[in-house]
Design a protein around this ligand. Sequence first.
Ligand code: SF4
Ligand code: SF4
Length: 64
Amino acid sequence: MKFNIEKCGCCGACISVCPNNSLELTESIIFVNEDNCNDCGRCTIICPLGALLLEVEGNSQKIL
Ligand code: SF4
Ligand code: SF4
């Protein structure tokens, strides 16, 4: 999971859809707990600003 802080609007939408509680909003920054992330991609779909991307074989891409 790759987080682009410059694109994030701190809406919190990604946090609410994560089934593993892997995302946390702290001081206007999304913290991604990589150890708890299963790369389901839900956060990349819900993010309206494209701030979260899945990394696939070294590349970052948004699902859908
Ligand atoms: S890819 Fe899935 S498990 Fe990982 S942070 Fe996003 S919603 Fe959570
Ligand atoms: S959904 Fe996108 S813009 Fe909203 S807090 Fe998450 S990463 Fe930031």
